[in-house]
Design a protein around this ligand. Structure first.
Ligand code: AMP
Ligand code: ZN
Length: 665
């Protein structure tokens, strides 16, 4: 096969795997194998720039910077939707259209109303040409580079797609991905995003598409535009869109009459919280596209569609008390303790009150009857007070001035909404939180030690900081609650083993404010040792790629602190990795240099991934498909017949895993 064909078939293969994973939710390849293939394609493309294709799956990682988004006039205006809030509204809507169409039987497509940012995408010859935001409906911003990074957006269509068309949909941030993004922010002591919709629409306007690529955005499609696209019905057009490779939620349903519309609405009104994304209603569309044409548009919205808005699920309940939580970074969060109440399928007892300003703005007082709402956010929020029920003796809320845990006077920095307890080294929840972060899975990942045990160790004066962990003995631990000889040994062993954790993760584990996983990796790579990092000046740090002033400032402050200096010295003495190690594999040789292997089938002595790694560790290359360039096929059980035939045809030797092991000896 020549290079161009190899590139082409790798692209097709990767496109297919993206589609299986991100559109159909049914991956058929391991992440490792996917990454290998992607790497292979990247290599080939960089060696052969003449075959560059802006729609190659390698382009999804981003890298394009858009300084100014070009303004594009929509060929077809992007309308709003008329809203309805009751079944009567929907019945009225049907009457209005029946009047125009003259009492014909009507079918409808019911879809969920996806809550994100609308997008209009143009495809030509099966390739994504352009993506434009809705803007004011007449003009929007071109955000093609950013949209390309979204894995469920097909870059190359399949099937019998029209040569040129526009398709519209919604860019959303699924709830799970949103929660994960927020978790990462919380881990580095940053303020989480407030809701998925704003975060999704904000993402489209990021200048650096690499940043967009990191966000777990999704694109759900709901309509074709343009006269070239000929379908009989809207529902059929959705099915077609799906067959071209677009992600069209399977919840969309064809219904025969208004009663079935109501069934759809009633069903999703209850079940909407089970969806992986947010929805704030249902969109009902006349199914027959001729009728849609006949009905046309008002000055604002299509006559052939109507949105039914779910009522925000809201209840009122009594505010029993306000408590104040102290986070790992010292941030204070006021929490409302509520009279338990049923809301959107769960019992709500607590709600966040955000900060002092919010409490003052809503004039919330203990004893009030308050309205609680569950939006897309995972945590329900208090949206106001029922003043008709306020009794005269309730006192205005006075925000605490001192830390509820250590009594230190709270501070509030200019421009920040949150109060902080500045007693970083003496405030128990901050100390415990820091040690819990140190041992957490993405940090030192200490087996046998959990968050609750950390609190126990602290409360029993056994540890005051994470360096103290390394002095713990089995005898000290055994007397603790729920501990026994075995679990105490596991704990001490787990701590011992953490001395092997690589520097970049240790750096993350230290819990320096704003130094999350990614930043820790960058710093570890750049500075190599903790001493280099600790000696770096503010200016040095800012000059490191992607390190801003806020992070730099925080790093400098951390290392200037004498207590931290002592802790670092102690960690060094215990043998914790405070320098980057060059990875050295004692088994590595160059015995397989210059040889390309293809691996096929199931093996006894290796997992496929280990076999591939072993090939690479010994200087060989792993190819994804058999070609004239393949030197050996390592075959396990169940090797595919097509591969076998191809290997035979090209005279490529087929070896067993034992043959392979022999080669290394
Ligand atoms: P609104 O912004 O409330 O006027 O609603 C109109 C917007 O709803 C459109 O611009 C779309 O972005 C969005 N939308 C979400 N889901 C759908 C859907 N299934 N069909 C049509 N529009 C939808
Ligand atoms: Zn405190």
């Amino acid at each position: 096969m020549d290079i161009q064909n190899t590139i082409q078939s790798l692209r097709e293969e990767l496109n297919l795997h993206n589609h299986n994973y991100y559109v159909l939710d049914t991956p058929t390849i391991s992440d490792y194998d996917f990454d290998q293939k992607l790497k292979e394609l990247q290599d080939l493309e960089s060696k052969h720039p003449e075959f560059f294709d802006e729609n190659s799956p390698t382009q999804r990682v981003g890298g394009m910077i858009t300084k100014n988004f070009a303004t594009i006039t929509h060929k077809n205006r992007m309308y709003s939707l008329d809203n309805s809030y009751s079944k009567e509204d929907v019945l009225d809507w049907e009457k209005r259209i029946q009047k125009i169409l003259g009492d014909v039987p009507l079918e409808y497509t019911c879809e969920l109303k996806y809550d994100g940012a609308s997008i209009s995408m143009t495809y030509e010859h099966g390739k994504l040409k352009r993506a434009v935001t809705r803007g004011d409906g007449f003009q929007g911003d071109e955000v093609t580079n950013n949209i390309k990074t979204i894995k469920s957006v097909p870059l190359q269509l399949k099937g019998d797609f029209p040569d040129s068309f526009e398709i519209r949909g919604e860019i959303i941030l699924p709830l799970e991905g949103f929660a994960k993004m927020n978790q990462e922010l919380i881990e580095i002591g940053e303020t989480p995003y407030s809701n998925p919709r704003n975060t999704a629409s904000g993402s489209l306007k990021l200048q650096d598409s690499t940043e967009v690529a990191k966000r777990p955005l999704d694109c759900l499609l709901y309509t074709f535009i343009g006269n070239d696209v000929k379908f009989a019905t809207h529902f059929e057009s959705l099915e077609k869109a799906r067959s071209f490779g677009f992600k069209v939620p399977k919840e969309a349903k064809l219904v025969k009459n208004v009663d079935e519309i109501f069934e759809f609405i009633d069903y999703w009104n209850i079940h909407r919280h089970e969806l992986p994304y947010e929805t704030d209603g249902v969109v009902v569309k006349v199914n027959n596209l001729h009728y849609q044409d006949e009905l046309g548009y008002t000055s604002k919205a299509p006559r052939w569609a109507i949105a039914y808005k779910f009522k925000a699920e809201q209840v009122s309940t009594k505010l029993n008390s306000i408590s104040y939580q102290v986070g790992r970074t010292g941030a204070i969060t006021p929490v409302a303790n509520l009279e338990p109440v049923q809301l959107a399928g769960t019992i709500v007892k607590r709600a966040s009150l955000h900060n002092a300003d919010q409490i003052e703005k809503l004039d919330i007082r203990v004893g009030d009857e308050v309205f609680v709402e569950k939006g897309g956010e995972i945590i329900p929020k208090i949206i106001g007070v029922d003043f008709t029920k306020r009794s005269l003796d309730l006192l205005p809320t006075v925000y605490i001035t001192n830390c509820p845990e250590c009594q230190t006077e709270l501070i509030r920095k200019e421009g920040e909404a949150q109060h902080y307890c500045p007693n970083f080294y003496g405030c128990p929840p901050q100390i415990i939180g820091r040690i819990q972060h140190y041992i957490s899975r993405k940090a030192m990942d200490i087996e046998g030690l959990g968050g609750e045990t950390v609190a126990l160790l602290f409360n029993n004066h056994l540890v005051q900081n994470y360096a103290d962990l390394y002095d713990l003995t089995v005898d000290q631990v055994i007397p603790l609650e729920r501990m026994a000889q075995k679990s105490a040994e596991n704990l001490v062993n787990g701590i011992e083993k953490s001395k092997e954790v690589p520097f970049e993760r240790v750096l993350f584990a230290l819990g320096i404010r704003y130094v999350g996983e990614t930043v820790a990796k960058k710093l570890a790579k750049h500075y190599q040792t903790i001493d280099n990092l600790g000696n770096a000046s503010l200016m040095d740090l800012i000059l490191v790629d992607e390190i801003g002033e806020r992070i730099a400032q925080s790093v400098v402050e951390f290392f200037e602190n004498p207590e931290n200096q002592i802790i670092i010295q102690r960690l060094k003495d215990y043998g914790v990795q405070l320098e980057a190690k060059t990875v050295f594999n004692p088994d590595a040789t160059d015995k397989l240099a210059g040889k390309t292997f293809v691996v096929s089938g199931v093996f006894e002595k290796f997992s496929r991934d280990d076999l591939k790694k072993s090939i690479e560790d010994n200087g060989g290359k792993v190819g994804s498909s058999i070609s004239a360039k393949t030197d050996y096929v390592v075959a396990g059980d169940n090797m595919g017949p097509a591969k076998l035939e191809k290997a035979n045809k090209l005279n490529v030797p087929i070896i067993s895993e034992d043959d392979f092991i022999a080669m290394l000896q």
